[in-house]
Design a binder for this molecule. Structure first.
Ligand code: GLA
Ligand code: CA
Length: 791
C-alpha cells in the first residue's frame, strides 16, 4: 500500500493526474517526503528546480472549509487548472488563549499542506502574523487588546513583536519540514500582508522577515504582496520577492507599470487576483462578472505572469470568525462565497468553467487538467420548530463587579455578547444617555424595558431615556461583531470601550459601579440554560432537536429571525442578521448526524417565527426592504446654485491617481464632488474609485468619521456601487451611478460629511481600475463648506 502510494506521489510531482481520493484521506500522515527541490527567482521568471515555472495558484482558507472537505476543494482547484494552493495562516485561530497553541484536527496546517502535496500541487504559505482576509482582527488574537497601550503591526510595541514572533515560531515548527528544499511542496512564504496599505516602516518589515527566517522558513523563497500604487513605500531585503494584488478586470500593464520600471528583472506575479468580493451586513451582495474577470487572467497567461486567484473558493466565516471594515463600521456576513469560481459549498460555477476553459490552453507539455471532483450532494430539511427557549435576562450568568466600564476583552472574553448593568438615580425629567463607544450593536433597557438601540457608526451615540425612579436598573446589552480587519482601525475592542454618561440640565456624569455579565460563544455556555416552553419577547436562546436519515449539505434558512448566532451539534455555524443580504447559512453535511441532531439559536430580537428550514439554494442577496440602500432620499435634490466651487478642472483619461491642489487651503466639513461629464461624451454614468483629501501636512486626512450624505444616483441592482465606496480605501471598488432602469444624467454629485471642520489643501482622485471603460469623469467641480449643503 505504502509503496503504491509513493509511486503515485512521484507521478503527481510530474503533474500526471492521480486519483488518490480514498488513500489521501486515510494515509496522509504516511506521506514520504518527495525529492528535495528548489524554487528561486530567475530573470523575469520563477525557476522550479532550475526550470521556468509559472505559478497558477488558488487561494483556499482551511478554517473556512470543514476538514472533511479539504481534499474536495483542493481537487477542484487542480481541476480548474491550478498547480499551486496559496494559504494564509490565522494566528488567532491557533492561539485563541494566550500560549495555548492548537494545530490539531481541523487546525492541522501540516496536514493541509501535505494534502496539497498528495494532490500533486505546490503551496505558498502566508503566515502573517497579520493577514487581513476579512477575518476577525485580520488574524491577530483578541487577547492582545488586554495589554495596556497595545499597538499592532509595529516595531515600537515590544509585546506585539514578542507575541507575533512566538506565533511564527510555532507555525515554523509545523511547516518548516514542508519547504520544497526539505522535500515538501512549499515554494514561497510571505512576509506580513499588504503592509504598504498600513505603514511604511522598513525596519518593521525587516524584523518580520528575520522572524520568519528564524522560525524555520529558512530555505524557502520569501515574498511580500502590495499594490501597484504603494509597493515602493517601504523597502525589503533582496531575498523577498515583490508581488502585487489587484482586482477583476484590471489593466495588467498599468498594474505592473511602475513595478517593471523599478524592477526590470524581477518575476511578475499577481499574488491576489480578486475573483469577486466579500459581503457585509446591510450592504448589497457583491459579484464580479466572468467577462470582467477572465480577460485580465488571459492577459496574465499571455504575458507569462504568475497569479493566485483570491479566492478560488472562499468558504464560510463559521462562528465568530468574520471580520469587519471600518469608516463606517460594517461587519462581514457569514458566507465568504466571494462570488468565487468554486462556490461556498464546493460547487462548480460558470466562473470555474471559464477559468478551466482558459487555462487548458496554457498547460505545460505533459501536463493535464485534474478531473472535476464529484459534487457534494445538497438536501433540504423540513421545517424545524423551536419549542424550547431560555430568555436571556432570566438566565444571567454570575456577574462581575467593575467600578468603571471596560471592554469585553478586559473580562477575558474574546467574542460574543456582554451586558453592562448599573442603577440610576431618580429623575422626573427625561435624560440623555451617551455611550462612547458601542462596539458594535447594543440594546438599552430600563427596568427590563427596551428603550433604544445603538448601531456603531450608523446611529447617534446618544439616546433619551424616560423619567426613572431611584435605583432604576439600566442594562446595556452589547453584541460584539467582527473585529476590523483592514486599515488603521484594526485595534478594535468589543463591548463598550470608554464610558457611559448620563446627562441632564445640570451637566453630564460618568456612570460607575457596573455589574457585568459575559455571554461567550462556547457551546457549553449556550446549553447550560433553563430551557422552557414559552415564547420570549426579548433576547433568548432557542433549542430544538431534529432527526435526519442522511447527512448531505444544506442551507439553513434563518430569514424569520432577528439577529444572532446558530450552533448545530456544537458547531458554531455563523452569525445572521435580518437586514441581509445573507438569509441562509451554509450547513456542512459532515457536521450533521444520522438520527438526532441539536440546533441552538441565540437571537437578540424576537423572531417572526422560531423555525429553521434546510433549503437547497443559498440566499445571499436579499436585503431587508425597510432599510434603503441608497443615500438619496426620495425626491431629494442637491441645490448647488449660489455655491462657489473652490476648484474645478479636467482630469486626463489615464487610469492612475491624480492630485489636485486647491488655490489655497480651505476649511470645511461638507465636501461635494461634482462630475460634469465623462471622457466619452456619450456616457451618462459617472464612476469614482477613490477620493482622498489632503490635509495641511500633505497627508490624506483620516476618513474614519466620514459619512456619505448624498449621491444623486447609485447602482445597486446589478452590482454594488454605492457612493461610500469612494472612501473605503479599496482601489478596486467604486461609486457608480445607476446603470439599469432609471438612469440619471450629468452632472453627478456626491456629498460627504467629514465629521468635523478640516483644513484641506487639495485632493487625490483615482478613476475606476476594473477595466470598465464607461463613466470615467472628465470635467469636475469641488465644493467645501462649513455649513451643510441645501437640499
Ligand atoms: C487584500 C488582502 C486580503 C483580502 C483582500 C480582499 O488583498 O490582502 O487578505 O482582504 O484584500 O478580499
Ligand atoms: Ca473604493
Amino acid at each position: 500500500m505504502k509503496k503504491l502510494f509513493f509511486i503515485c506521489l512521484i507521478l503527481c510531482n510530474q503533474i500526471v493526474l492521480c486519483q488518490t481520493n480514498q488513500v489521501v484521506s486515510k494515509d496522509i500522515s504516511q506521506i514520504q517526503p518527495a525529492a528535495k527541490g528548489d524554487f528561486t527567482l530567475g530573470n523575469r521568471e520563477f525557476l522550479l528546480n532550475g526550470k521556468p515555472f509559472l505559478i497558477r495558484a488558488a487561494e483556499l482558507h482551511y478554517p473556512r472549509i470543514p476538514k472533511e472537505y479539504w481534499d474536495q476543494r483542493i481537487k477542484a482547484c487542480k481541476a480548474m487548472g491550478m498547480n499551486t494552493i496559496c494559504i494564509y495562516l490565522f494566528w488567532n485561530y491557533h492561539e485563541q488563549q494566550q500560549d495555548k497553541f492548537d494545530f490539531a484536527g481541523d487546525k492541522d496546517i501540516a496536514q493541509f499542506v501535505k494534502l496539497i502535496q498528495a494532490n500533486g500541487m505546490y503551496c505558498i504559505v502566508r503566515p502573517g502574523p497579520y493577514v487581513c482576509a476579512e477575518w476577525d482582527m485580520g488574524g491577530l488574537p483578541w487577547w492582545l487588546l488586554k495589554k495596556d497601550n497595545i499597538q499592532l503591526r509595529t516595531l515600537s510595541n515590544p509585546f506585539f513583536m514578542v507575541r507575533a514572533t512566538k506565533f511564527l515560531n510555532e507555525a515554523g515548527k509545523q511547516l518548516s519540514p514542508l519547504q520544497i528544499q526539505n522535500g515538501g511542496p512549499i515554494l514561497m512564504a510571505q512576509v506580513e500582508n499588504e503592509y504598504g496599505a498600513f505603514g511604511n516602516n522598513s525596519e518593521y518589515m525587516e524584523a518580520m522577515r528575520k522572524n520568519l527566517r528564524n522560525a524555520g522558513f529558512d530555505k524557502v523563497q520569501l515574498m511580500r504582496c502590495d499594490w501597484g500604487t504603494n509597493f515602493d513605500s517601504y523597502k525589503t531585503a533582496p531575498d523577498v520577492a515583490i508581488t502585487l494584488n489587484f482586482g477583476a478586470g484590471s489593466n495588467i500593464d498599468k498594474q505592473f507599470g511602475r513595478f517593471k520600471e523599478q524592477n526590470p528583472t524581477a518575476p511578475l506575479m499577481c499574488s491576489e487576483y480578486w475573483t469577486g468580493w466579500f459581503d457585509k451586513f446591510g450592504l448589497v451582495h457583491e459579484t464580479r462578472s466572468i467577462n470582467s474577470f477572465i480577460g485580465s487572467l488571459k492577459d496574465m497567461m499571455d504575458k507569462k505572469i504568475s497569479f493566485s486567484l483570491y479566492m478560488a473558493h472562499g468558504g464560510t466565516n463559521f462562528g465568530q470568525w468574520g471580520g469587519a471594515n471600518s469608516g463606517p463600521y460594517t461587519a462581514m456576513v457569514s458566507s465568504y462565497d466571494y462570488d468565487a469560481p468554486i462556490g461556498e459549498q464546493g460547487n462548480i460555477t460558470d466562473k470555474f468553467y471559464a477559468v478551466r476553459d482558459l487555462l487548458k490552453n496554457y498547460l505545460n507539455l505533459g501536463e493535464t487538467l485534474g478531473e472535476i471532483p464529484a459534487a457534494i450532494p445538497v438536501m433540504s430539511i423540513p421545517k424545524i420548530q423551536f419549542a424550547q427557549s431560555a430568555a436571556l435576562f432570566q438566565n444571567l450568568p454570575q456577574g462581575k463587579k467593575s467600578l468603571d466600564i471596560q471592554s469585553m476583552e478586559m473580562f477575558d472574553q474574546g467574542w460574543g455578547r456582554i451586558n453592562y448593568r448599573t442603577n440610576l438615580t431618580a429623575s422626573e425629567k427625561p435624560r440623555k444617555l451617551i455611550v462612547t463607544e458601542v462596539h458594535d450593536w447594543a440594546q438599552v433597557y430600563i427596568d427590563g424595558k427596551l428603550i433604544g438601540v445603538f448601531d456603531r457608526d450608523k446611529t447617534s451615540n446618544t439616546i433619551e431615556i424616560p423619567a426613572t425612579k431611584n435605583n432604576a436598573v439600566l442594562d446595556i446589552l452589547v453584541e460584539g461583531m467582527g473585529r476590523v480587519n483592514y486599515g488603521k482601525d484594526i485595534l478594535d475592542k468589543k463591548g463598550i470601550t470608554e464610558k457611559v454618561e448620563l446627562k441632564d440640565d445640570s451637566g453630564a456624569i460618568t456612570l460607575k459601579n457596573w455589574t457585568v455579565y459575559n455571554f461567550p460563544i462556547d457551546y457549553a455556555f449556550q446549553l447550560n440554560k433553563k430551557y422552557i416552553t414559552n415564547k420570549p419577547s426579548g433576547p433568548a436562546w432557542y433549542k430544538a432537536k431534529f432527526t435526519l436519515n442522511k447527512t448531505d449539505d444544506t442551507y439553513l434558512d434563518v430569514s424569520t429571525w432577528g439577529k444572532g448566532m446558530v450552533w448545530v451539534n456544537g458547531h458554531a455555524i455563523g452569525r445572521y442578521w435580518k437586514i441581509g443580504p445573507q438569509q441562509t447559512l451554509y450547513m456542512p453535511g459532515v457536521w450533521l448526524k444520522k438520527g438526532e441532531n441539536e440546533i441552538v439559536v441565540l437571537d437578540l430580537e424576537k423572531p417572526k417565527e422560531a423555525a429553521v428550514t434546510g433549503v437547497t439554494k443559498p440566499v445571499l442577496d436579499k436585503n431587508s426592504s425597510d432599510v434603503s440602500l441608497l443615500s438619496r432620499k426620495p425626491g431629494q435634490e442637491l441645490k448647488l446654485t449660489g455655491e462657489t466651487a473652490i476648484t474645478q478642472g479636467t482630469f486626463d483619461a489615464t487610469e492612475v491617481w491624480k492630485e489636485v491642489n486647491f488655490q489655497q487651503p480651505t476649511v470645511g466639513r461638507y465636501f461635494c464632488f461634482e462630475a460634469l461629464n465623462a471622457q466619452n461624451s456619450k456616457d451618462t454614468n459617472a464612476t469614482v474609485a477613490e477620493i482622498e483629501l489632503i490635509g495641511k501636512d500633505g497627508k490624506a486626512i483620516p476618513s474614519k468619521k466620514w459619512k456619505l450624505v448624498y449621491a444623486d444616483s447609485e447602482e445597486i441592482t446589478v452590482s454594488n456601487n454605492v457612493g461610500a465606496l469612494v472612501f473605503d480605501k479599496q482601489e478596486s471598488t467604486m461609486w457608480q451611478t445607476q446603470l439599469v432602469g432609471k438612469k440619471s444624467k450629468y452632472p453627478h454629485q456626491i456629498v460627504i460629511d467629514l465629521g468635523q471642520d478640516e483644513e484641506i489643501k487639495g485632493l487625490r482622485y483615482l478613476p475606476r481600475t476594473d477595466g470598465g471603460k464607461t463613466g470615467i469623469v472628465k470635467d469636475y467641480k469641488v465644493y467645501l463648506k462649513t455649513k451643510p449643503f441645501a437640499f
